[in-house]
Design a binder for this molecule. Structure first.
Ligand code: HGY
Ligand code: MN
Ligand code: MN
Ligand code: MN
Length: 428
């Protein structure tokens, strides 16, 4: 294996853009909502169809496919030094309700195409290369984000919690996993934990989900850090009652308590002192949900993030104090205040940043360092392997909505940077 291997000639890197676009389009049809939206939730029938589609493509690319107990899927290209820890890449294909067809997908289909690009160029990997389809990155079904990569990172608390976790229809995680062909047995969950040194590097290709690259006309984002995400579940309970008969002084309206807390979230975020602090109440449900019945129960789910972990934690503290204050003022009970996750940020690894930057330069692609405000499976892979992320522009930064779009040209640029970065890391 002469050193010429180490200079994968850039000119030999050719992306089959037409097939890649066709694959993106076909994958988007495995959806529970009509085009152009995509809804694909963990372990549902559409998710299983999409997994089959990806496993088939991995096979066509000559990758050997394995799946772990919860459905993380690995496609491996054996290197000529197979005992060395492998280099991995990958992302997710689950999609939140009424979202788009590029979030996550670009990093799975693009990763398989990056393997094809390297094979077509005659490249031979020293360290094996693996494409990972993380079983679910979105929190949609069980309220747990990055479920597959959190488990791979060896988080015991999650393995325990999953033994009793149920979804909104009271289906247990293990029954749902079993229905999709994965484990039904709780003691299999720890088998998902990655062995130490499994990977010498992990790189994820993803759309930016922000407007910067498109606005500045830059082709590639080199991610230096991923912001710190947190999510909170809150419930208020009051006496409810007849919307006509109960006079205002006699009410303890759980719905108004929720509304007031939602505005308090906005207030605490805005007073953080930084534009990098964000807060969202994306779920707000009222029970019984009848126009003429005073809400006796309300359920909110709060997402708050910041690139500064301390500043984010102060916001969580303030939200908690407001929830208690609102409950006592309105004489409702705060029946639940549960911090579902409160994760630290992750930093990309210096050597991986260098490999991504060198690859962008060799490909003559404009690039810039930036942080990721969205979280990704990379946030947890960073706990078990040096991590890096490659961003490509997306239309007006739109994401988590059907108007999400990335051009096949931008996707192809990202695939080439990924391919060249994987080649460099594989030969290290
Ligand atoms: O919400 C996120 O940051 C990710 O796109 N699921
Ligand atoms: Mn997403
Ligand atoms: Mn994503
Ligand atoms: Mn009535």
């Amino acid at each position: 294996h002469s050193t010429s291997q180490s200079h994968t000639t850039v000119s030999l890197l050719s992306v089959d853009a037409q097939s890649l676009q066709k694959q993106i389009d076909e994958l988007s049809t495995y959806s529970d909502t009509p085009a152009p939206s995509v809804t694909r939730v963990l372990y549902t029938e559409k998710d299983v169809l999409a997994r089959r589609f990806i496993k088939n493509l991995m096979g066509l690319s000559g990758l050997s496919v394995r799946e772990d107990a919860v459905g993380n899927i690995f496609g491996r290209w054996e290197g000529y030094n197979p005992d060395l820890s492998a280099v991995a890449t990958g992302s997710h294909i689950d999609a939140i309700p009424y979202s788009g067809k590029y979030d996550g997908v670009v990093g799975v289909l693009g990763a398989i195409e990056a393997i094809n690009v390297l094979k077509r160029s005659g490249f031979k990997p020293k360290r094996s290369l693996e494409v990972i389809l993380f079983t679910s990155e979105e929190p949609t079904r069980f309220g747990i984000s990055c479920l597959g990569s959190r488990l791979m990172a060896g988080i015991e608390a999650l393995a325990n919690a999953l033994k009793t976790t149920v979804d909104g229809q009271n289906v247990s995680f293990l029954d749902a996993a079993g229905s999709a062909g994965y484990t039904k047995h709780e003691d299999d969950l720890s088998s998902v934990f990655l062995k130490k040194e499994s990977y010498s590097g992990f790189v994820e290709l993803h759309i930016e989900q922000g407007p910067i690259l498109e606005e500045e006309g830059i082709s590639i984002g080199i991610v230096t850090a991923i912001a710190a995400p947190a999510s909170i579940k809150v419930e208020f309970e009051g006496n409810g009652g007849h919307a006509g008969a109960v006079l205002m002084p006699n009410r303890n309206d759980a719905g108004l308590a929720a509304a007031e807390l939602a505005l308090a979230v906005e207030k605490h975020v805005l007073e953080s002192g930084s534009v990098d602090t964000v807060g969202t109440v994306g779920i707000l449900e009222l029970h019984p949900g009848a126009i003429n019945s005073i809400p006796s129960k309300s359920h909110l789910e709060i997402d708050t993030r910041d690139i500064d972990e301390e500043r984010r934690n102060i916001v969580i503290e303030k939200i908690h104090r407001s929830a208690i204050a609102i409950a006592s003022k309105r004489e409702v009970s705060l029946s639940e205040f549960k911090i579902v996750n409160q994760d630290p940020p992750a930093l990309s690894d210096k050597s991986i940043i260098e490999a991504m930057e060198a690859s962008s330069k060799e490909l003559n692609l404009t690039h810039k360092f930036m942080i990721s405000r969205a979280y990704h499976d990379s946030l947890f892979m960073a706990r078990v392997s040096p991590m890096g992320m490659i961003f490509i522009p997306c239309y007006k930064g739109y994401s988590h909505k059907p108007e999400e779009y990335a051009s096949i040209q931008d996707i192809s640029n990202g695939v080439k940077v990924l391919a060249l970065t994987l080649a460099k890391l594989s030969l290290q």
